[in-house]
Ligand binder design. Structure first.
Ligand SMILES: NC(=O)c1ccc[n+]([C@@H]2O[C@H](COP(=O)([O-])OP(=O)(O)OC[C@H]3O[C@@H](n4cnc5c(N)ncnc54)[C@H](O)[C@@H]3O)[C@@H](O)[C@H]2O)c1
Length: 312
């Protein structure tokens, strides 16, 4: 298959390209480097089945030749990034998603949208099932991301209903792994960065809010299966293993051998208190569930960040 991937120079997009190439497909990668980096795709420079096009997908573009699938992954994803680029985030979720849907329609290609658990906002239902409509503050600081993704989901369903595009929607929960940015403000790199520097580890609120973390190869496997499926409604992809942020900080501290103290800071506005996917649907229709143990995934991630520190 020939597959167009937007957001390819990002954390998830670059791993998805690796998986597609490993499956024998050909990849046309699009990115404008808003939050991604060339380094994430450097290893594919000599791969004949891989082509990179520097492209902002909110601007008009065209792709020559046949396309069998379109994966729309472009969007700032970390709170630090989307708070810095709120308008770009809304634009890429709305205008960018529409352009990628138009491409899928024009080429009669499958379409995958990487949506997010943030569609559930600060959820009143726990764990979150796909049928839950969410509890989102439409005017809070995070709304640029949440509403951008909710719009993207609505537009994707509209293209399916109106134009018959073979769409799929993944609601991704917290994912971690190599190629995340150390300074992107997400929990895993933030704790690792502080622990590896031997600095105090910052926990927001009392640290009793829960998160669940999925290793990136598990996520990518779920995305691949979903893109190939006929499921049109959203599917949660994430790891249901839930722990408090405080437990998690202690875990990373032990794993890195750091002696950092844990300090507490006020909780950011609209920070969700609980996050845990119900993955029954993915298990049932995709035969998918995470297989990488947290400790293995964290070790691989720590190794990546350590190696990066020696290169820098
Ligand atoms: N990583 C997670 O835990 C997580 C969780 C939920 C959802 N997601 C979704 O997965 C996708 C990838 O997330 P990520 O963690 O890899 O983020 P990332 O910031 O590492 O990657 C996003 C990529 O999109 C690119 N991009 C942004 N705007 C663009 C535009 N207008 N045109 C072209 N490229 C553009 C960026 O440069 C970057 O390379 C996003 O859609 C995100 O919403 C990720």
């Amino acid at each position: 298959m020939r597959i167009v991937v937007s957001g390819a120079a990002g954390f998830v997009g670059s791993h998805f390209c690796d998986r597609l190439l490993a499956e024998g497909h050909t990849v046309v990668a699009l990115d404008n480097y808003l939050t991604g980096r060339p380094r994430n795709l450097e290893h594919l420079g000599r791969e004949p089945r891989f082509q990179f096009v520097e492209q902002d997908i909110t601007l008009p573009f065209s792709i020559d030749g046949d396309v069998d699938a379109v994966a729309n992954m472009a969007s700032p994803a970390s709170p630090k990034d989307y708070l810095e680029f709120p308008v770009e985030t809304l634009d890429v979720g709305s205008i960018g998603t529409r352009r990628m849907l138009d491409l899928a329609r024009e080429k009669n290609a499958r379409f995958l949208l990487t949506s997010t658990s943030e569609c559930y906002g600060d959820p009143l239902v726990h764990p979150q099932v796909e049928t839950y409509w969410g509890n989102v503050n439409p005017v809070g600081p995070r709304s640029c991301y949440d509403e951008s993704k909710r719009f993207a989901e609505a537009m994707t369903m509209a293209y399916h209903r109106k134009h018959g595009v073979r769409t799929t929607i993944a609601r991704i929960f917290n994912t971690y792994g190599p190629r995340m940015k150390l300074d992107d403000g997400r929990v895993v790199p933030a704790f690792m960065d502080q622990a590896l520097r031997g600095e105090p580890m910052t926990v927001f609120g009392d640290g009793k809010q829960t998160r669940s973390f999925c290793y990136v190869s598990d996520l990518v496997d779920g995305l691949y299966r979903l893109m190939m499926s006929d499921e049109r409604y959203p599917v949660n992809l994430g790891n249901p293993l839930e722990m408090t942020v405080l437990e998690f900080a202690g875990y990373i501290r032990d794993l890195t051998g750091a002696s950092s103290e844990i300090i507490f800071q006020p909780l950011p506005q609209d920070d969700p208190k609980q996050r845990k996917p119900d993955i029954t649907k993915a298990q049932t229709i995709l035969g998918w569930e995470p297989v990488v143990p947290l400790e293995d995934g964290l070790r691989r991630t720590v190794e990546y960040f350590r190696a990066l520190a020696t290169v820098a």
